[in-house]
Design a protein around this ligand. Structure first.
Ligand code: 13P
Length: 300
């Protein structure tokens, strides 16, 4: 059972943003007292409804500007009635095209990385303020491909996250373990550490512009997906880390995505998990019908 103050917070928050959810929450819990253990699942589901699911495509190093335009023209009509937030994170050179193509639509645009300085002698880098001025709304930090191939560390991920927040962007912060680490049984500790370091200095107010993506490295681009139980387990552990770092309200409010070979077939089951609030999609985001099917799964 959750403590009274926590339930009260839910209801107050819900009432601020979503009166229908608030009403059903009260219906489920009756007077705001103890929640019988049997109803905990219902409560988790209600909490999930209070959060916005986000489906974000991470195009990685794919699509030239003309290909980006063609893909977005295909995606737009398919996701226009989405019941979740829809984002495409595209290569820097596609940003102008993507911003133009998605103007007036429900699709947000993000970059795949940003540097921590506002400007300076950093050949080949792009700053968060540059992205912001273009009209970009999101930026990914800490993707495992950046960590693995380009030397990103927990500390540089923290600096990039800080820069993204300071520029006014919403940051999609990626965390996740290698297969060896899962086999060693240290997934929860590792992901907690990545999360804690990246969020160093981030206030509760700023946390509203953080989305966490749990991406087990062994599931990225391998066709090997975490089971929905594995995905949910780690997303729930991350939520607990947020509760410890901030409070239960922050933990209940934060969007935590799963990423790693999510596709049109497995999305339904993954996004239905109580602690999984959407997904960060690689390969399947490059095919409009597949991406749209995932958006549909998260809209239920
Ligand atoms: P895949 O969906 O291709 O496995 O990629 C996941 C990912 O890395 C998203 O950031």
């Amino acid at each position: 059972p959750r403590p009274f103050s926590c339930l009260l917070n839910h209801v107050l928050n819900a009432a601020r943003g979503n009166s229908r959810a608030a009403f059903s929450l009260i219906l489920i819990n009756g007077p705001l007292g103890a929640v019988p253990p049997g109803q905990r699942k219902d409560l988790l589901r209600m909490n999930k409804q209070l959060r916005k699911a986000v489906i974000a495509g991470n195009w990685k190093m794919n699509k030239t500007p003309s290909e980006a335009k063609a893909l977005l023209e295909e995606i737009k009509p398919l996701v226009k009635d989405a019941g979740c937030d829809v984002v495409v994170c595209v290569p820097y050179v596609d940003l102008c095209t993507a911003l133009e193509a998605t103007k007036g639509t429900n699709i947000g645009v993000g970059a795949e990385n940003c540097h921590w300085a506002e400007s300076g002698a950093f050949t080949g880098e792009i700053s968060a303020v540059m992205l912001k001025e273009m009209g970009v709304q999101y930026v990914i930090t800490g993707h495992s491909e950046r960590r693995t191939y380009f030397g990103d560390t927990d500390v540089t991920v923290q600096k990039r996250t800080r820069a993204g927040l300071d520029a006014g962007l919403t940051v999609i912060l990626c965390v996740g373990e290698y297969l060896e680490q899962r086999e060693q049984g240290i997934t929860a500790e590792l992901v907690a550490m990545q999360t804690k370091i990246a969020l160093g200095g981030v206030s509760k107010e700023e946390l509203k512009r953080i989305i966490i993506a749990y991406e087990p490295v062994w599931a990225i681009g391998t066709g090997k997906t975490a089971t929905s139980e594995q995905a949910n387990e780690v997303c729930a552990q991350i939520r607990k880390v947020i509760a410890d770092l901030y409070d239960q309200e922050a933990a209940d409010g934060i969007t935590i995505q799963y990423g790693g070979s999510m596709n049109a077939k497995n999305a339904d089951e993954l996004v239905a998990q109580p602690d999984v609030d959407g997904g960060l999609i690689g390969g399947a985001a490059l095919k409009a019908p597949d991406f749209a099917a995932i958006v549909k799964a998260a809209s239920k």
